[in-house]
Design a protein around this ligand. Structure first.
Ligand code: BGC
Length: 370
């Protein structure tokens, strides 16, 4: 890459913090006045006001600051570019100009750190993450640094725990002076051997480590079973930590969103599955989101729908309907959201033509077009 970042001085960081704080506040205020979507009923003014920030230091306001986002996939491949995407400065500019307020950055830290103590993260790789973070902040986008595809944590969590905690200690130290618009997501989609009871213990231990250097950093944590909404009931969070945002991922009906997905065995049989927005189809999603909202009220935690999307092999009209409906339902329930993803297999942007897939963009942001 010819536009690699350089490390930044503390005064620069402070200025950047102040700058992004002010811009962030203005953007967050603006979010409260977003216009109504087209195909499905818009959220009511009361629902919108639940997303309106009062003070940025408050965790619900920080969740509102995430607002409407998109996953920028690239650094979750074993090496950037291996899955077809290399991050470009232009992507951040376009995402912001289209009207998104945040990006989620999936990062495979585990592929760029020593496997022996002290498990040092490669400085070059960390500098690349810094570059992405800086691009986001310069474009007034909040950014979620998400630990993604740590596959060994899923297969042997007990053996990997020490390394996982050491990675977080380094990341937390590195970003400790960054503004609150830089948020951490503990681990994407815990699954397999990472059972609910084990995951709950690891969450508590990881938060103890991270809070030493980042006492008020917005932290995003989700349930086991690939962040499934119906596993929220198994999630136990430290009661005294007031800076947590809870995430879930939504890809239902799975045979629709993952038809023909190369990484899902048997999914070719689902090709041709449509999503028509029938009353029954809508109600299924509404019921799932109502469950999440009820959990959130009970637990008093803000919710971030960190991934949702339909693969490119589904027909575009169905993808547009489903994407619009899910995004509007998230908003109606006061959830921030991040579409999966920008310019790969679920992409809303064509990186070869440098153009938006406007059907999908409009489904996400009905009133804002570049
Ligand atoms: C995975 C991606 C996958 C997506 C949809 C993400 O969490 O990391 O590899 O494409 O979910 O299945």
């Amino acid at each position: 890459m010819n536009d690699r970042p350089r490390s930044r001085s503390a005064p620069f960081q402070r200025r950047l913090w102040l700058f992004s704080f002010i811009l962030g506040f203005l953007a967050a205020c603006q979010m409260a006045s977003f216009k109504t979507p087209t195909a499905f009923p818009p959220p009511s003014p009361t629902q919108i006001s639940t997303m309106t920030p009062t003070l940025l230091s408050d965790i619900s306001s920080m969740n509102a600051r995430l607002g409407r986002g998109v996953n920028l996939s690239a650094l979750e491949a074993p090496n950037e570019g291996e899955w077809g995407v290399i991050l470009q400065a232009e992507y951040f500019q376009k995402i912001a100009a289209a009207g998104f307020t945040s990006v989620r950055l999936p990062v495979r830290f585990s592929a760029h750190a020593s496997v022996e103590p002290p498990y040092t993260i490669s400085p070059d790789f960390l500098a690349r993450v810094d570059w992405a973070v800086q691009q986001a902040l310069e474009n007034n986008l909040a950014i979620v640094i998400d630990m993604h595809h740590y596959l060994e944590m899923m297969s042997e969590p007990v053996q990997q725990k020490e390394r996982f905690l050491a990675l977080w200690a380094q990341i937390a130290e590195h970003y400790r002076d960054y503004p609150p618009e830089v948020m951490f997501e503990l681990l994407n989609e815990p699954n397999q051997a990472l059972t609910a009871s084990l995951w709950n213990e690891i969450i508590a231990e990881a938060l103890t480590v991270i809070r030493r250097t980042n006492p008020t950093r917005p932290m995003i944590v989700g349930p086991v079973n690939w962040n499934a909404h119906d596993s929220l009931v198994d999630l136990r969070l430290p009661q005294n930590d007031q800076y947590l945002i809870v995430t879930f991922h939504y890809y239902l009906p799975f045979p629709f969103t993952h038809q023909g997905a190369e990484w899902v065995e048997g999914s070719d049989a689902w090709l041709g599955t449509t999503w028509n927005g029938s009353a029954e189809e809508q109600q299924a999603i509404q019921a799932d989101f109502a469950e999440v909202a009820a959990w959130a009220r009970e637990e008093n935690r803000p919710i971030y729908l960190g991934e949702f999307g339909a693969y490119q092999k589904a027909d575009m009209a169905s993808r547009q309907r489903w994407t619009n409906f899910v995004a509007r339902q998230a908003e109606a329930n006061g959830f921030s959201w991040s579409y999966w993803e920008f310019c790969a297999g679920f992409g809303i942007y064509d990186p070869r033509q440098h153009t938006w897939r406007t059907d999908l963009l409009q489904a996400l942001l009905p009133t804002s077009m570049p």
